[in-house]
Design a protein. Structure first.
Length: 321
């Protein structure tokens, strides 16, 4: 497993790190499906242990994943995995106390303490703002930032992160937050990382960056042959491409091209779609969901950056150009 320096944190993390969104299981938040079906606690714990053995020692979670369930699973493996071996990230802000707004400082502190208990740790290595919705006219931003810095001063967190689905929103707040790490949504189909100016900011300010959903929730692997239906509580029920036969066929065709071009690789499709994101990004890793030991094995086999020409070709194939 290749490791990189995670920007100015100076921490070494694997280029393919462990995302635990799926470990929370199916879940509804304010009536919206935000989780994943097909979850199994035993398999997820096996994945955590297998990840450590494979050198995948940067784990990313959130208080919102199964309303703390994913955090609790991580907190349950420290007898098998030394806590000191894992660079542990979680997030806050997606969950809000009933009747209050996102990023209420009093509730934020409660959630931080809850995450520490769930994770069974004294300190969170990296604590992210989960999104950049700070209310009308950003009126809740200043108090949220002040509380986050206070948590850092108190020693409850080490580094501050900033995340959002939209890289432009991250850019709106990045100067004021001054995060150590950013976590944007990025894959070779949905990619605003460079056009938003975020890549330049990361490079200029020596930030770590963790790309989430790098395989577009599994779609880019080309494993689906027809439109998919997911149960209530599964986030994928809200992704249009899962019900679009043309998109599914395009991804299948592109994945087959990856198998042919990178046929000497153990995981040719995963190698291609992950490697293209790591091209020319020296402080970047990807967060890949790993819900069982088999997925860990696949993740551990990839993580090398493609050449610029290879990355451009991969993107063209998936975009159908």
């Amino acid at each position: 497993m290749r490791h990189i320096r995670f920007g100015r944190t100076d921490v070494q993390v694997p280029t393919v790190s462990l995302g635990t969104w799926g470990h929370g299981g199916p879940h509804l938040s304010e009536g919206i499906s935000v989780g994943w079906s097909g979850h199994d606690d035993r398999a997820a714990k096996d994945a955590l242990v297998a990840a450590h053995r494979a050198g995948i020692t940067h784990w990313d979670t959130a208080d919102a994943y199964g309303d703390g369930h994913a955090e609790t699973l991580i907190g349950g493996v420290w007898e098998q995995v030394p806590r000191r071996d894992v660079f542990l990230a979680t997030k806050f802000g997606w969950v809000r106390e009933p009747g209050t707004h996102y990023y209420d400082p009093v509730f934020m502190r409660k959630q931080c303490d809850r995450s520490l208990r769930n994770l069974k740790t004294d300190v969170i290595d990296l604590y992210y703002f989960h999104h950049c919705d700070f209310g009308p006219k950003d009126e809740y931003f200043d108090d949220a930032l002040a509380l986050t810095r206070k948590l850092r001063d108190e020693g409850k967190i080490r580094f501050v992160g900033l995340s959002d689905w939209d890289s432009k929103k991250i850019m709106k707040f990045i100067a004021r937050v001054d995060p150590d790490v950013v976590q944007p949504y990025r894959n070779i189909v949905d990619d605003g990382y460079e056009s938003s100016g975020l890549k330049k900011w990361v490079d200029d300010h020596d930030l770590g960056v963790a790309f989430f959903s790098p395989i577009k929730h599994g779609l880019l692997l080309g494993k689906y042959t027809e439109a998919q239906k997911f149960t209530e509580g599964d986030f994928r029920s809200r992704i249009a491409d899962f019900t679009d036969p043309k998109a599914i066929e395009r991804y299948r065709h592109a994945a087959e091209a990856m198998r042919k071009r990178f046929d000497g690789h153990q995981e040719p499709v995963l190698h291609a779609v992950i490697g293209a994101l790591l091209t020319d990004n020296e402080t970047a890793c990807v967060l890949l969901g790993q819900r069982n030991a088999k997925q860990v094995q696949a993740a551990a086999a990839v993580g090398d950056a493609l050449s610029p020409d290879e990355a451009a070709w991969v993107k063209r194939m998936y975009l159908g150009r």
